[in-house]
Design a protein around this ligand. Structure first.
Ligand code: 13P
Length: 288
């Protein structure tokens, strides 16, 4: 199946009270593990690409080529969206040009008027080309690929202003943080989430920083309108841990001892396990 935008999968998720996972990709192994797991679980999936990861993978065109090749080569039949994660204005335009099916324009660091103006322009381009678009209000805490956000709760009125521009989905800061949550984390602000949803009607809401949020909070967030949940760090940690164990056990030196396919295999399996667990938790299995 060719790439699809995220609109239909999120509309269905919203109506069915579950969430679609966005899993960030960094290389071929990452992408393959996520696609195979989504297919096995019969779940729609969103592949997230940060600007840094896009650069690492030799640019957005390479990413599009790799993902499209895999959809065909692995016989992937579940809906897959290729989505720019936390894109700049320029990055968003470059991804549209390269063939992504979905973009996020993160204008949360601009004054609200400028965020509105730039989002509006990108909404018009995405509409014309049949892409989905995510916007952000209220920065997500922690560090994401060099972008550091202070972590704040979004203003529900500003969320409405952005939602009314015709975006497909909206990321609203509700105390969530990228990366590991600190011991003294106050938890998600469900009050803010409910207020944002009330102002934005049926707009699918996006929860960033999906790593380490307790299962009961995830379920409550979904019940209050979250239809897409982003996960990155948890896959990175799983990959790192599995690779470290493999090397510490001296397995990378066995046999010929120079086979990168063997070296990366435990990490790839660990990512599959991580994605499977999240798809189960988010409730998107058998929803393709
Ligand atoms: P985590 O790295 O905390 O899982 O967050 C991922 C994310 O929100 C990507 O946009």
């Amino acid at each position: 199946m060719p790439l699809v935008n995220a609109k239909e999968m999120l509309t269905k998720a919203k109506a069915g009270h579950y969430a679609v996972g966005q899993f960030n990709i960094n290389n071929l192994e990452w992408t393959k593990s996520i696609l195979l797991t989504a297919q096995e679980m019969n779940s729609p999936v969103i592949l997230g690409v940060s600007e840094g990861a896009g650069k690492y993978m030799c640019g957005y065109k390479t990413v599009v080529g790799m993902v499209e090749g895999m959809l065909e080569g692995l016989n992937i039949t579940v809906p897959v969206a290729l989505h720019l994660d936390h894109g700049s204005y320029e990055g968003a335009k470059a991804c549209i040009e390269a063939g992504f099916s979905s973009i996020m324009f993160d204008g949360s660091h601009y004054p609200i008027d400028e965020n509105i103006e730039k989002t509006k322009e990108l909404v018009a381009i995405c509409e014309e080309k049949g892409l989905s678009i995510e916007a952000e209000v209220g920065s997500i805490g922690g560090e994401e690929d060099g972008v550091v956000g202070a972590g704040e709760c979004a203003d529900p009125n500003e969320c409405k202003m952005i939602a009314d521009l015709g975006v497909t989905m909206l990321a609203a800061g509700i105390g969530n943080i990228h990366g590991k949550y600190p011991e003294n984390w106050a938890g998600l602000s469900f009050e803010t989430l409910a207020a944002v949803q009330e102002k934005t009607g049926t707009m699918p809401l996006v929860l960033h920083g999906g790593t380490g949020i307790p299962a009961d909070m995830i379920q409550k967030a979904i019940s209050l309108g979250v239809s897409k949940i982003n996960v990155n760090t948890e896959c990175q940690l799983a990959f790192q841990e599995a690779t470290r164990k493999y090397i510490e056990a001296g397995k990378d030196l066995e046999g010929k001892g120079f086979d990168p396919r063997k070296l990366l295999a435990p990490g790839a399996e660990a990512i599959k396990a991580c994605v499977k667990e999240k798809i189960e938790l988010f409730g998107s299995a058998n929803k393709a």
